[in-house]
Structures are given as C-alpha cells and as structure tokens.
Design a protein around this ligand. Structure first.
Ligand SMILES: [Zn+2]
Length: 206
C-alpha cells in the first residue's frame, strides 16, 4: 500500500497506538498485530490489509535484507547491474548498437558516434536552424549534413577510402546506410570488423 504514514497521516501512529519509529516486530506481540482498531474509513482499509498478513512471532528467524534482482528473484547480495536493469526504461535493441558499443571501443569515440547515429552533431545543416551558415569545410558543399560528411563528401570519402579501403575492398561506399550495413556484415573476419568500427569512430571523433 506504500508508506503507511502517508495513508494514516501524521497522527496515525498515535491512533494505532504504536511508536513513531517502530520496527515491524514492535507492532506485534504473541503472534498478533498489536495495533488498535480505528473507525476512520481510510484506516480501516489499511488495518484490514495489515491483518491479512501473518504477524511475526518471537521464535521466527531474524529478518534479512534482500535485494531484488528481478521478478520474484531476491538475493542477499547487491548488484548495481541488476538494480539498474530494473530502474531504467527498456527500449528495443537497435541494429546499429554494435557499431557504437563493443568491448574494444574507446568511450569518448563511442559517445560521439552515438550522437552521430542520432544525427545530433552540430553540422552545418543543423546550425542553419540557429541562424549560423556553415558550408562543408572540406569541400564547400552548402548543405553540410551527417550523410554528406560520412562520406558523400568527396574529400572525406577520399580520406576514408585511403584509410580503410584495403579492409572494405569493393564494398567501400560513400553512402552512410550502406557503410553501416557493410560494418554489420558477418562475412568479414572479426578483427577486421573491429578495426573498421574503431576507424569509423575515430574518424567521426576527429
Ligand atoms: Zn564536403
């Protein structure tokens, strides 16, 4: 029902005949709940709820503090991962997540790459909305978008091809979507995929 004090109000402990800061065992004796019956409607519902739970007995084992690890899964040890998994909002896994987050990635590169995937970098196309005109600094193209920089821009595409062309082979492509699809392809050696992802992230960061 939540915090009982929120239901009963600040005078609730007096009305129920218990201390302000009691333990659960102090509100029970002889296997019975040791609280007064009250007339108030909101208190009666609360008391009925308390009475539906067996009162603790003197010969019962000590209470133990347990940490929730999942639905109906309680353990004595605390896990920050299990706790975070229950606190956070879960979203479906995106296809490109493995290009951003992988064991060998460099955190500051991965972060800027994550922004880039969401098209949140301050490119010329975005800064135009803020009244600031900025063409592509590499080739002069007036519409400097994410897809232009990676790698429709002839300048950045040349650098990209020189950098990783030997790994991408004939599949080197100036199109952003095609580049990511190629990086996600499973037909490449694992070490090559790792190098390509690191090169992409370092390029975006630079
Ligand atoms: Zn350009």
């Amino acid at each position: 029902m939540g915090r009982l004090l929120n239901i009963s109000g600040s005078s609730g402990t007096q009305v129920l005949g218990i201390h302000r800061y009691p333990t659960v065992s102090e509100a029970a004796s002889g296997g019975q709940w040791n609280i007064r019956q009250c007339r108030g409607y909101h208190l009666r519902a609360m008391i009925a709820c308390i009475n539906s739970v067996p009162a603790p007995t003197e010969d019962a084992a000590d209470d133990r503090r347990l940490w929730r690890h999942g639905d109906e899964d309680y353990k004595p040890v605390f896990s920050s991962k299990a706790t975070w998994e229950q606190l956070r909002a879960h979203s479906p896994r995106l296809a490109w997540c493995k290009v951003v987050w992988f064991p060998q990635s460099v955190p500051r590169f991965a972060f800027i790459t994550w922004l880039e995937f969401q098209d949140r970098l301050s490119t010329g196309a975005r800064s135009r909305a803020w009244g600031c005109v900025q063409p592509c600094l590499l080739c002069g193209e007036p519409d400097e978008t994410r897809d232009h920089l990676f790698f429709a821009c002839p300048y950045s595409f040349t650098v990209w091809t020189d950098l990783v062309g030997f790994l991408l082979g004939s599949r080197v492509n100036p199109d952003w979507t095609a580049t990511i699809a190629s990086l996600l392809s499973s037909r490449r050696k694992e070490i090559d995929t790792c190098l390509l992802k690191l090169a992409l992230q370092a390029t975006i960061h630079a």
